[in-house]
Design a protein around this ligand. Structure first.
Ligand code: RET
Length: 276
């Protein structure tokens, strides 16, 4: 190992343990992470039990997509609690905390890229939508998360942080359009409109909280501190992921016939009878 690479390694390790120390010394922040790790663990076990009798391929696909939500979550929160996916960022001139080293839990935005498509996949399957519409919702959602990550990570320009925030919001509008305009009609035709309506409302209302929190938190105008912002996201996550997933799975387990009987477009296994 050369002297230069030894120095680089030392700096990297020091930075990560600095971050961990900072997280552990902030009770609000640390508890917001560990509560979610514990909850995700319980929810995973619960969902395994709830899905054990599901048999039709389509209902199973909804179940696996739903299961992935707490599975991604437990990994995401473990990454945050260990300091691996949290860093210090120096905010650019113009930002409320300009020049200060601000703790940024950027891993959240990264892992939303994996968890939110699973939520949309489950919802799209429930509504028995077509593959183009599902593809649109999921890709727009990934666009929203990745540009949200960019908005959080940019330290070169205050303006560009908000430009990326705006781009992310534009992607979000496309997701909202699919959820509010396209899928309700599909769900009506599939006979799942009641549960779809409940889950759509829960999703739209809670998801709107995320950009609001980002704007008010330390990455935006910094009206809220790092710990309060983190609890805000953790609270939204508990409702938007675990409560959402529980309601969906409970309904699917009790109404498997409705789900497996609807459409043959995605995940129904209708085109491959030999599979059984
Ligand atoms: C950001 C900031 C940039 C603008 C917008 C955002 C929206 C985030 C959303 C996140 C939803 C996350 C969920 C996670 C569950 O695992 C990235 C905060 C529009 C809607 C439901």
């Amino acid at each position: 190992m050369t002297a230069a690479s030894t120095t680089a390694t030392t700096v990297l390790q020091a930075t990560q343990s600095d971050v961990l120390q900072e997280i552990q010394s902030n009770f609000l922040l640390n508890s917001s992470l560990w509560v979610n790790i514990a909850l995700a663990g319980v929810v995973i076990l619960l969902f395994v039990a709830m899905g054990r009798d599901i048999e039709s391929p389509r209902a199973k696909l909804i179940w696996v997509a739903t299961m992935l939500v707490p599975l991604v979550s437990i990994s995401s929160y473990a990454g945050l609690a260990s300091g691996l996916t949290v860093g210090f960022l120096q905010m650019p001139p113009g930002h409320a905390l300009a020049g200060q080293e601000v703790l940024s839990p950027w891993g959240r935005y990264l892992t939303w890229t994996l968890s939110t498509p699973m939520i949309l996949l489950a919802l799209g399957l429930l509504a028995d939508t077509d593959i183009a519409s599902l593809f649109t919702a999921i890709t727009m959602d990934i666009g929203m998360c990745v540009t949200g990550l960019a908005a959080a990570l940019i330290t070169s320009s205050h303006l560009l942080r908000w430009v990326f925030y705006g781009i992310s919001c534009a992607f979000f509008v496309a997701v909202l359009y699919v959820l509010l305009v396209q899928w309700p009609a599909d769900a009506e035709a599939a006979g799942t409109s009641e549960i779809f309506g409940t889950l759509k409302l829960l999703t739209v209302v809670l998801w709107l909280g995320y950009p609001i929190l980002w704007a008010l938190g330390s990455e935006g105008v910094a009206l809220l501190g790092v710990g309060v912002t983190s609890w805000g996201y953790s609270g939204l996550d508990i409702l938007a992921k675990y409560v959402f997933a529980f309601l969906l799975l409970r309904w699917v387990a009790a109404n498997e016939g409705t789900v497996s009987g609807s459409g043959a477009s995605i995940g129904s296994g209708g085109a491959a009878p030999a599979d059984d």
